[in-house]
Ligand binder design. Structure first.
Ligand code: GRG
Length: 322
């Protein structure tokens, strides 16, 4: 779906403008946004490129340019950094692997090296650290499991222990937190449910209880928040919706109202999507807005896989060899 330059309609996805916004953001290296994002450029690249893929415009970027920059971010340990010359972290390693998957370029990787880096971050209790400094979080469990699954190397970790650790982070409200006993938060729920989905362990989730908690995230405006009493934010269209889809409870929210909320967060003139209507746009919310619309089956947006956060056609190619 797109609009002409003279007449963009309210209530429509201005896909062409979002594509232009993403392509321009990459060129504006001196902008404030680029400077503050410099250390996590790999994440920005994943968000921007996946948005382009969902809008069927990945062909607008030079694959060689992206891949040769991406490979300069690999550390001798096998892990990837957020940009050239920075330290590796599992977060950027997943983004690098996802970008290569998008471009069908995984064969450029020394899979043994990358997977050993990721597997080496698993701790004795089954949890994962994000890097050599040791911070533990269920985000890193998801990231490691997703990354190793894409690389077909899940056998390098103790999957049972990884699953047991995630289950130990389950709360009485059915949700999950970043560590055992930590408050349920939609972002962490996506990570835990995603990791359980990838490892075929969704039987550990109380689907009705969690589905209830997740659908309570929808507020009057139609947007979703990340936990009780908080403001809605477009990014939760991803974290909450993908979780609801994985546990088969997405019909418990008002989809039309959520579509309207996301569309209301667009900059109709210059492209990009913000966290809430009338706020400044950025590439993170542009990605999660478009990804949310994809989960809502918005016309003209390609389908995204709720567990791997990659287009379904990419997952079919890599995981299912279709
Ligand atoms: C491949 C999609 C993908 C993800 C990789 C990094 C990661 C795995 C998951 C992050 C999950 C997470 C914790 C998301 C939440 C992000 C967010 C908006 C946090 C804000 O938290 P608060 O407390 O905001 O500042 P609230 O909304 O609670 O007020």
């Amino acid at each position: 779906m797109s609009s002409t330059s003279s007449s963009f309609q309210m209530g429509e996805l201005v896909a062409d403008r979002h594509v232009r916004y993403i392509l321009m953001a990459e060129k504006k290296k001196e902008s404030f946004e680029s400077v503050v994002m410099d250390h996590l450029r790999m994440n920005g690249a994943y968000w921007g490129l996946t948005t382009l893929a969902l809008l069927d415009k990945l062909g607008s970027v030079s694959v060689d340019e992206v891949v040769s920059w991406l490979m300069t971010c690999q550390h001798e340990s096998g892990g990837f950094a957020g940009n050239t010359g920075h330290d590796p972290h599992v977060l950027y390693t997943l983004s690098a692997v996802q970008i290569l998957a998008l471009f069908d370029k995984l064969d450029i990787l020394d899979v043994g090296k990358v997977s050993s880096y990721v597997a080496g971050l698993q701790n004795e209790d089954g949890s994962f650290s994000g890097d050599m400094w040791g911070e533990v979080d269920t985000r890193f469990s998801y990231i490691s499991i997703c990354c190793l699954s894409i690389l077909k190397c899940l056998d390098k970790i103790n999957v049972k222990k990884a699953v047991d650790y995630i289950v130990s982070c389950k709360n009485l409200d059915g949700g999950f937190g970043c560590t055992p006993g930590a408050e349920s938060h939609a972002g962490q729920i996506f990570c835990c449910v995603g990791a359980l989905a990838i490892t075929g362990s969704l039987h550990h989730v109380d689907k009705d209880l969690l589905g209830w908690w997740l659908c309570e995230r929808q507020v009057k405006s139609g947007g979703l928040n990340g936990r009780p009493e908080k403001l809605p934010d477009v990014c939760y269209s991803w974290w909450v919706l993908s979780s609801l889809i994985m546990i088969d409870r997405v019909h418990w929210i008002d989809k039309a109202k959520l579509v309207k909320f996301i569309l209301d967060c667009q900059d109709l003139e210059n492209g990009g999507i913000s966290d809430r209507p009338d706020d400044a746009v950025d590439i993170f919310h542009t990605y999660f807005g478009v990804a949310g619309l994809s989960l809502l089956e918005y016309p003209g947006v390609k389908a995204i896989d709720p567990a791997y956060a990659l287009p379904v056609d990419v997952i079919n190619r890599i995981i299912l060899n279709k």
